[in-house]
Design a protein around this ligand. Structure first.
Ligand SMILES: C[S@@+](CC[C@H](N)C(=O)[O-])C[C@H]1O[C@@H](n2cnc3c(N)ncnc32)[C@H](O)[C@@H]1O
Length: 272
């Protein structure tokens, strides 16, 4: 299940590049912008979802470094380099922090190796999130991550690309069972509002990529079985740690969220 051998295909949209386009990045092709524009037209909140998600991830990394001794991150489905990548946020506060980025998208691997492997504390591993054992045993992971010490496992906007029959809970369980107590798990995930916007969004994603699963807060919580979910639980991403200092897209939790901003959830858990 490795993406190492696949070449960049500029004729078909890629999840990573469409997401990059929505975030205002430049690592995308006409085919990605075309589908990105369909998202913007049919799902007017796509851009808000992308930014709200990214901001929650940045807050999570900041919180982990500020409040725990965890200094090693595995960022699963890391995406294309953007503003404030995980290692930049972490190393700003803790220069010794180490980050293994994992993604299957060939463009992520090319750009990631150029931009994310910025120092000897970051690596990009070209594997599939559905192959947790392969990721854990990869030589680059082994070089950077000490599995005798707590790890932060980041599932930011990736588990919704894993269909039910591909056992997303089993993926989280694998990591839960292979990291020590005190390890952190961050999850952000398409959040089902059981409303027409959810149905429409799911339809567009499935039609484009054959995947994209909106889950309810309860379904997302169930993916974290056996872990201690930290307050305030699984909530709309803009509400998660709203008020934490230093991030954009953060109103302190006072503003009424749009229906779109409610379509992305975030939460953090800890292995007891
Ligand atoms: C929406 S982006 C999220 C990027 C980043 N984690 C964030 O939250 O900003 C989803 C990323 O997951 C990657 N991805 C999707 N399915 C994957 C899989 N099975 N294994 C590894 N990466 C995957 C895509 O290539 C893409 O880069």
């Amino acid at each position: 299940m490795t993406g190492e051998s696949s070449a960049i295909d500029s004729t078909r949209p890629s999840i990573a590049r469409v997401y990059d386009y929505l975030l205002g990045g430049k690592d995308n092709y006409a085919v990605d912008r075309e589908i990105g524009d369909v998202f913007k037209r049919d799902l007017p909140g796509s851009v808000a979802i992308a930014f709200a998600n990214r901001a929650a991830l940045v807050r999570a990394v900041g919180e982990i470094v500020a409040t725990t001794e965890v200094r090693q991150f595995i960022d699963l489905g890391s995406g294309l380099p953007t503003a404030d990548n995980v290692h930049q946020v972490a190393q700003r506060q803790a220069p010794d922090a180490r980050v293994v980025y994992v993604d299957t998208d060939p463009q992520v691997l090319v750009h990631g190796r150029a931009l994310l492997e910025e120092n000897d504390r970051t690596r990009v591993v070209p594997l599939d999130v559905r192959d947790p054992e392969g990721i854990r045993n990869h030589p680059d992971t082994r070089e950077l991550i000490d599995f005798d010490r707590p790890v932060a496992v980041m599932f930011s906007a990736v588990l919704h690309h894993v269909n039910d029959d591909e056992d997303p809970a089993g993926i989280v369980r694998y990591w839960r069972d292979h990291v020590p107590s005190g390890s952190c798990f961050f999850v952000s995930h398409f959040r089902s509002g059981n409303n027409p916007e959810t149905t429409e969004a799911e339809k567009v994603l499935q039609a484009t990529f054959g995947r994209g699963r909106w889950r309810t807060d309860e379904e997302i919580e169930a993916l974290l079985d056996g872990l201690e979910i930290l307050e305030p639980g699984i909530v709309p991403a803009p509400r998660w740690r709203a008020g934490a200092a230093g991030t954009a897209w953060n109103d302190g939790g006072v503003r009424e969220l749009t229906v779109w901003e409610r379509l992305i959830a975030a939460g953090m858990a800890r292995k007891p």
